[in-house]
Ligand binder design. Structure first.
Ligand code: ZN
Ligand code: FE
Ligand code: FE
Ligand code: FE
Length: 168
């Protein structure tokens, strides 16, 4: 996110820029998830990732509704942060040979993604409320709640199943 780009002057500009950033991030996540699903072994993990892929598709359309409400064309602004998180996930997944340990690595990578999203949506909701964009804040809150639930689900799969098997 080029926060210091000269085309950002007002809080509305900044808000729009971060919406474009998370729009890009969601699209990259949508592309990365099928590969993670293919690599996962634990059934609960596969199911959770599949479910989140479906949610991610809805989140992309929800952001398109946000652009509509802002009177703007949907546009993605490249986000080096999510590119880095996904790159690191692919690197580590390529290096782990044990299937159970790979599941633990995939969960760690997926949770890094969720946490990036949670910070972005949290900020956008606070700004939307400050800027009196109530309908936008509502859409973003629906997504934030899905991200938080996905994160909690991954923690529970890790703590109840995957870490135990991986550590054996
Ligand atoms: Zn940027
Ligand atoms: Fe998302
Ligand atoms: Fe970013
Ligand atoms: Fe997510």
């Amino acid at each position: 996110m080029g926060l210091f780009a000269k085309d950002i002057n007002t809080m509305d500009d900044l808000f729009l820029h971060v919406v474009q950033d998370i729009y890009y991030a969601e699209q990259q996540i949508k592309k990365a998830l099928p590969d993670m699903i293919a690599k996962a072994t634990n059934r609960e993990l596969t199911a959770a990732l599949k479910n989140h892929l479906e949610e991610t598709q809805k989140q992309v359309s929800r952001l398109e509704q946000v652009f509509d409400l802002l009177g703007q064309k949907a546009k993605a602004a490249s986000c080096p942060a999510i590119d880095g998180i996904i790159k690191e996930a692919n690197e580590i997944a390529g290096e782990v040979s044990d299937k159970q340990v790979l599941d633990a690595a995939l969960i760690a990578a997926a949770q890094a993604v969720e946490h990036y999203e949670i910070t972005r949506y949290g900020t956008l909701i606070a700004w939307a409320e400050e800027l009196d964009k109530e309908a936008v804040a509502k859409l973003l809150t629906t997504t934030l709640n899905e991200e938080k639930a996905a994160d909690r689900k991954l923690s529970s799969i890790a703590e109840k199943k995957v870490n135990l098997k991986a550590a054996r």
